[in-house]
Design a protein around this ligand. Structure first.
Ligand SMILES: [Zn+2]
Length: 50
């Protein structure tokens, strides 16, 4: 994943477009494209559920 691109998309304040947050465990940036997505962090210790 290229650093910075999720942040670039987050500049648009369209809430349903792309959502990002850092993993609370490893601080890696997580991205989901829909509010209902479930994203598992690659560290395996955190799952971001919609
Ligand atoms: Zn993580």
């Amino acid at each position: 994943m290229l650093p910075g691109w999720p942040i670039f998309k987050r500049r648009r304040k369209v809430m349903t477009y792309v959502m990002t947050k850092p993993c609370p465990v490893c601080k890696q940036q997580l991205t989901k494209k829909a509010p209902t997505d479930t994203v598992q962090c690659s560290c395996g210790k955190h799952v971001w559920q919609g």
